[in-house]
Write a protein that binds this ligand. Structure first.
Ligand SMILES: [Zn+2]
Ligand SMILES: [Zn+2]
Length: 102
């Protein structure tokens, strides 16, 4: 079920470099947990605007730090559970609205 457009994007050096730089910029902690005063290592750089076949070639969406959020696995599942439709995780897998992916 993985979407090829997302798989290719997540393999790109532009994404890997942006992701690494963003993680450093926020200190490596889950931003969602931190907002609640909890220190949890962030594992996943989530796109607030989910990647689609339409925006995958738009760096203002795919590579914009404004669209990034560093989260732990639990918070990432919650982010996607909050979405009302199917979306894709950072590995190109489908994340149903109610199922925890991790
Ligand atoms: Zn978290
Ligand atoms: Zn995500």
């Amino acid at each position: 079920m993985a979407k090829e457009f997302a798989q290719q994007f997540y393999k790109s050096s532009a994404w890997k470099e942006s992701r690494t730089a963003y993680i450093k910029s926020v200190g490596g902690l889950c931003e969602e947990c931190l907002a609640h005063g909890i220190y949890t290592p962030g594992k996943i750089v989530h796109h607030k605007i989910p990647l689609t076949a339409e925006n995958i070639n738009d760096p203002s969406i795919t590579l914009s730090w404004d669209n990034f959020k560093l989260v732990c696995q639990d918070c990432h599942a919650k982010e996607h559970a909050a979405e009302s439709r199917y979306s894709f995780d950072e590995y190109g897998g489908v994340v149903p609205p109610i199922k925890k992916n991790f």
